[in-house]
Design a protein around this ligand. Structure first.
Ligand code: SF4
Length: 291
């Protein structure tokens, strides 16, 4: 399982969801500044890297999350993005999960041959509260992407997508609480209300974590371990699978990849009660669970 590709690192805070950015937090712990933006060296070509037998390390059918320590549409990354698009173009057999808080920049950042979108790109906007949902989701709906989703993380205020779900364009909604420093509380009622909207429209809803502060029935719970946050989200039973997402993946000649040749994720024992399971690419079998 190979699930993250960071072609560049570092970012500029642009909205309230960024206040406690985990990348800034982790960089500070290493004595670095998250505001330092740079193109990664060895990591930049990661989706094209091969094993000793010459096969791609990232297998056909895998889903890879892009720019998890930055924003793919960050202005400071404009000079590098075409190289990243070239890599995405060369792997039409892999799903690239893009997430941004800057959808207003996207149209001017698309590659020359984008047309009405590439089948292997799953485009998501962050909607941490209603204000940002109303700002970003209409732009999401106006952009030419084959696959679209919304990520409410950190989920710091109630969000309703009722105005947007009838478009039929949103295929998945993910929500997660806040972690690391200064975690703001996530309210169970917000999760339940959004989940019910998704159920009404047959949209996959993934409640992947409670965050550190979780409010239910007027009581605030402190849940420090991310593993426990994820397990509590699973135990809530709120996640649901909607209409299946169909990525028409193909090889470099444009031929469809037979079902049997696609990557099959492995899920171990701990995965069975993990909130991420519904959207996860599978377990790395690193063995840390056992130890
Ligand atoms: S956009 Fe994402 S990576 Fe950039 S500062 Fe905000 S939370 Fe951090």
């Amino acid at each position: 399982m190979h699930d993250i590709w960071n072609p560049w690192h570092g970012c500029k805070k642009c909205s309230e969801g960024c206040d406690n950015c985990y990348m800034y937090f982790l960089d500070a712990q290493r004595g670095k500044s998250g505001a330092e933006i740079y193109r990664t060296k060895a990591g930049f070509n990661y989706p094209l890297s091969r094993d000793k037998n010459g096969a791609y390390k990232i297998k056909s059918g895998e889903q890879i999350r892009v720019s998890m320590t930055s924003d793919f549409f960050l202005e400071e990354a404009d000079e590098w993005r075409n190289d990243a698009w070239s890599i995405i173009r060369r792997r039409p057999d892999v799903v690239f999960f893009l997430l941004t808080k800057r959808p207003e920049r996207v149209r001017e950042c698309l590659p020359y041959d984008w047309g009405d979108g590439w089948e292997n790109v799953f485009f998501n906007v962050t909607a941490e509260n209603q204000r940002r949902a109303d700002e970003r989701v209409p732009i999401l709906l106006s952009l030419p992407f084959k696959h679209k989703g919304v990520m409410c993380a950190p989920f710091i205020g109630a969000v309703s997508l009722r105005k947007y779900l009838p478009s039929g364009q949103i295929e998945q909604v993910i929500c997660d609480g806040e972690n690391y420093s200064g975690s703001r509380p996530l309210n169970y009622e917000w999760v339940k209300a959004l989940r019910d909207e998704c159920e009404e429209y047959g949209v996959t809803f993934a409640f992947v974590g409670t965050g550190r502060r979780f409010v239910k029935d007027g009581k605030t719970y402190s849940i420090e371990s991310s593993e426990l946050q994820s397990k509590q989200a699973y135990l809530s039973g709120l996640s649901l699978k909607g209409k299946p997402m169909e990525f028409k993946l193909c090889d470099r000649f444009g031929d469809p990849i037979p079902e049997g040749d696609l990557y099959v994720p492995y899920f171990g024992e701990k995965c069975q009660t993990c909130g991420m399971r519904i959207i996860c690419n599978g377990c790395t079998r690193c063995g840390k669970c056992e130890s």
